[in-house]
Design a protein around this ligand. Structure first.
Ligand code: FE2
Length: 128
């Protein structure tokens, strides 16, 4: 991991076969590049007016299989809620670059069935 003085963070992330991250936000910009293998990313748009902290209505926007040499961009408030899945049978390696240190940053996961928003705070390097 690289941690810059301005908050810039660069990490290598390894997703094992079957690994899954539910829909979540980042509260910072990001660039995710696949280095080896592939990862399936599903993006969501938030349709509610964001007045409730415990509820969000999400709609699936698109799904992409991100492969080596390809990048995915995260734009806070605009296009940053995603789900990640390694549907392959071997590890996927990515390089993540974020505008802030994700450790300690208030973020959320989203339940697509109920609309429930659950806050979480990343404590480790191996975040996404
Ligand atoms: Fe993420």
């Amino acid at each position: 991991m690289y941690q810059g003085a301005s908050g810039l963070q660069v990490t290598a992330v390894v997703w094992g076969p079957g690994d899954h991250a539910p829909p979540h936000n980042h509260n910072t910009w990001g660039m995710i590049g696949v280095w080896d293998n592939a990862l399936t990313e599903t993006r969501f748009q938030r349709l509610d007016d964001r007045t409730r902290v415990d509820y969000a209505k999400l709609e699936k926007d698109r799904t992409a299989v991100v492969k080596p040499g390809e990048i995915s961009l995260l734009v806070p408030e605009v296009d940053e809620i995603h789900q990640m899945d390694n549907f392959t049978d071997r590890p996927t390696v990515e390089i993540h670059v974020y505008g802030k240190d994700l450790r300690g940053l208030d973020r959320c996961t989203y339940d697509l069935e109920t609309g429930r928003v659950s806050p979480f705070v990343t404590r480790k390097y191996d975040n996404c």
